[in-house]
Design a protein around this ligand. Structure first.
Ligand SMILES: NC(=O)c1ccc[n+]([C@@H]2O[C@H](COP(=O)([O-])OP(=O)(O)OC[C@H]3O[C@@H](n4cnc5c(N)ncnc54)[C@H](O)[C@@H]3O)[C@@H](O)[C@H]2O)c1
Ligand SMILES: [Zn+2]
Length: 704
């Protein structure tokens, strides 16, 4: 349901909406901070939180006592000891673009009464995407480690923190009380390896490195934490018995001197433009850092000014987090793989150096089709200014909601000098058959049909479907299972199943869901199904563009399998009479003809078709005796309800007599057969002066 814009809410709606958002955001906080298993994407969460804030500022009197705006994180989870922070641990306010950054600078100057030309310096620090941890050292010894919790009270994870090698257990030259704060995180490589181990053990896998880090630190059993490769960057502090330094940048240097890891991308900046430049520089390196960051934090450098600026309810006034766009990230394209879909479509897939986009690690993205890679849309117009996509390129990944990630853009300035244009394969990577692209089709398709493993299951499903072979006891489910068991690889195998099993009735009976009776019934149904009309056989081959009615037309035209087969083989020569004859069939166009010819002239697919034909008892089609049929060559439309036959039957009989049955009335229509309830078609026939008759008259005409 689309949400109503905030400026259109009335007071009652606003109150209800705030109540709803408080529940949703409360649950999301629990899922994210306490269970380390978010159900919403970060972008969705941020959007709801922003909406909540907007409603509150439009209706200040409606702000709830338990407003999500006043909350940091979530309450400590049960099971952990609780630690009350001597100094609160807060969140950060956000900037999303450079205007927000200038506004931040302006608001600080206003608050501090600084003139425009008075310098105001900031640190710019990567915003590490992990979870914050406060470490308390007393006389140089680590005595307590606490998570942020709800900002006031955190979880006691001291035992767990002691297992992290980046965290010193003792510090020389420390003041009596020293609280160091920073981020616990997991590298991409460790995250991938952890998930592989978890998966192998059948344990929970994590959506992203942040959840993995949080889930690993927040373990009631510190032995589990020990086995998890966690890291720590220090960037802040809590209670101190002696100040670390006078400025943010020196405080960071001091923490480094004390033995902590600090982030090397931290930089002192003197103007908002400096901040933006460093933000861009960091964003460019994001995919190669080896760990996740989700923005850059700007902090007033002068700690005396930080003290003057102080705090709002959940955020410091002296800092802001400039977030990266949630749906976008740059990374390297490592390879382009071709996947073959169930209908034979060749789809290019980008293999990426893993990057977290919107809270999910992305290592594959779609490249759509060969035109898209080449920088063209389906009409041949340039996309991305005509930039093509090459292996080795630096590419922008786009991911919104749950849609498959896409490669949106290329940075040509970073293209390796030896990168070459991607050559789209002209053969199927699964079966090596020719892959062709028909005119007007954006997609290249494998022509391997039955012999293509990627398409086999789909072909088999089509083969056993209702309108084709319709074998009792052999539906899509069974055929998929038999394929998975390698009992059936192609349609011909269905008919040799019983013989191949020999006494192996047993084999089938041992399968879940099969008893002696059902197995015998299946074999009987298969035997019955082998006797089949020619049209159905042609349709069963699943040749592209050759649908049910075209199959019947072909069957009636050629009469027997042998005639059909010989004709289509001969038609491979476009100069041949056979080709002309094939095209002369009303309802067979050049595209369908080519598709038929391809299927019947490719050795591997032909061999598979021949194996099937050898198993069948094909009923010849009756050629319409057009000579003495009164409706031969006529175009007939049936409309309204028929009482003595079904619509399908009427159509089949008319076609058998050489008539063409159409769904709509036009000048080309010769006869309209109108039953009760006929509407516009009957009227149109009258207008056009077309022969109109009822069902009885029609049956008389065709002498039944
Ligand atoms: N998907 C969900 O359901 C869901 C639910 C709740 C929160 N969230 C996400 O969590 C975030 C909000 O959580 P938050 O309140 O922790 O805010 P935040 O993560 O946006 O910012 C505050 C945190 O940044 C971290 N940080 C990293 N590097 C830092 C540095 N150099 N200096 C200072 N702090 C640094 C600290 O841990 C700090 O607590 C949002 O991005 C939101 O999307 C998502
Ligand atoms: Zn193939």
């Amino acid at each position: 349901m689309a949400e109503k814009p905030v400026d259109q809410l009335n007071e009652t709606e606003a109150r209800a909406e705030l109540a709803r958002l408080s529940v949703i955001l409360g649950e999301a906080n629990q899922d994210y901070h306490t269970k380390d298993a978010p159900q919403l994407s970060d972008a969705e969460y941020d959007q709801l939180k922003r909406r909540n804030g907007e409603i509150e500022s439009r209706f200040p009197s409606l702000k709830r006592a338990d407003s999500p705006s006043d909350k940091v994180g979530a309450q400590p989870a049960d099971g952990f000891g609780k630690i009350r922070h001597a100094v609160r641990m807060l969140s950060l306010s956000n900037a999303f673009d450079s205007e927000d950054v200038s506004a931040f600078d302006d608001s600080l100057r206003r608050y501090l009464g600084l003139a425009e030309d008075t310098p105001l310096a900031f640190t710019a620090e990567p915003k590490i995407d992990g979870l914050s941890l406060s470490l308390r050292y007393e006389n140089g010894v680590l005595t307590q480690a606490a998570t942020r919790g709800d900002g006031e009270v955190g979880e006691n994870v001291t035992e767990n923190a002691l297992t992290i090698s980046d965290i010193p257990q003792r510090i020389d030259n420390a003041s009596d009380i020293l609280e160091i704060r920073g981020e616990v995180y997991m590298s991409h490589a460790d995250f991938t390896a952890l998930n592989e181990r978890q998966e192998a053990k059948g344990d929970k896998v994590f959506a992203n490195p942040r959840n993995a880090a949080a889930g690993s630190l927040r373990q009631l059993d510190a032995k589990i934490t020990r086995a998890r490769p966690l890291k720590f960057f220090a960037y802040s502090w809590g209670e101190l018995s002696a100040p670390l330094a006078d400025t943010q940048i020196d405080a960071i240097a001091r923490m480094k001197a004390l033995g902590f890891q600090t982030n090397p991308l931290t930089k002192l900046c003197t103007t908002p433009q400096d901040l933006i430049d460093h933000y861009k520089a960091i964003e460019e390196q994001r995919a190669t850092l080896g760990y996740d960051i989700d923005g850059v934090v700007y902090k007033v450098n002068d700690l005396a000014l930080q003290a003057r600026l102080g705090f709002r309810s959940t955020t410091p006034r002296w800092a802001i987090a400039h977030k990266f766009a949630a749906e976008l990230a740059w990374t390297r394209l490592e390879a382009i793989d071709i996947q073959v879909g169930r209908t034979g479509a060749l789809s290019p897939v980008a293999r990426l150096s893993p990057v977290t986009v919107g809270g999910v690690v992305v290592s594959n993205a779609t490249l759509h089709n060969e035109d898209y890679i080449a920088g063209r849309d389906s009409n041949g117009n340039d996309i991305r200014d005509g930039k093509d996509i090459r292996v080795g390129d630096w590419v922008q990944i786009y991911r919104a909601g749950d849609v498959i990630p896409k490669v949106a853009d290329v940075d040509l300035s970073k293209r390796p000098s030896d990168a070459t244009p991607f050559v789209f394969p002209e053969t199927c990577p699964e079966c090596q058959s020719l892959a062709i692209r028909e005119e007007g089709d954006a997609v290249r398709r494998c022509t391997g049909g039955m012999i293509c493993p990627a398409q086999a299951v789909e072909r088999l499903r089509h083969f056993v479907s209702r309108s084709v072979f319709d074998i009792d006891g052999m539906g899509a489910k069974q055929v998929e299972q038999f394929y998975a068991d390698e009992w059936i690889k192609e349609p011909a195998d269905i008919f040799t199943l019983e013989e191949r099993f020999g006494s192996g009735l047993q084999k089938l009976q041992n399968r879940e869901g099969w008893g002696e009776k059902s197995a015998q019934n299946l074999f009987a149904a298969i035997r019955d199904a082998a006797k089949v009309p020619l049209g159905r056989v042609i349709f069963s081959l699943g040749i592209r563009h050759v649908g049910e009615s075209a199959s019947n037309l072909l069957a009636r035209h050629y009469g027997s399998w042998n005639a059909f087969e010989a004709a289509v083989v001969a038609a491979n020569d476009p100069e041949s009479a056979a080709y002309g004859d094939l095209l002369s069939i009303d309802g067979v166009g050049a595209v369908m003809a080519q598709s038929l010819i391809n299927a019947m002239n490719q050795p591997a697919e032909r061999a598979s078709i021949d194996r099937l034909i050898a198993q069948l008892d094909i009923q010849d089609a009756e050629k319409p005796d057009t000579a003495d049929s009164p409706v031969a060559g006529k175009t007939v439309v049936f409309t309204g309800s028929l009482e003595r036959m079904t619509r399908a039957e009427a159509k089949a009989r008319a076609e058998a007599l050489g008539a063409k049955v159409s769904g709509s009335v036009s000048k080309k229509t010769d006869i309209v057969v109108a039953g009760p309830g006929a509407g516009s078609k009957e009227k149109k026939a009258q207008e056009l002066g077309i022969t109109l008759m009822d069902e009885g008259a029609w049956l008389e005409l065709i002498a039944e």
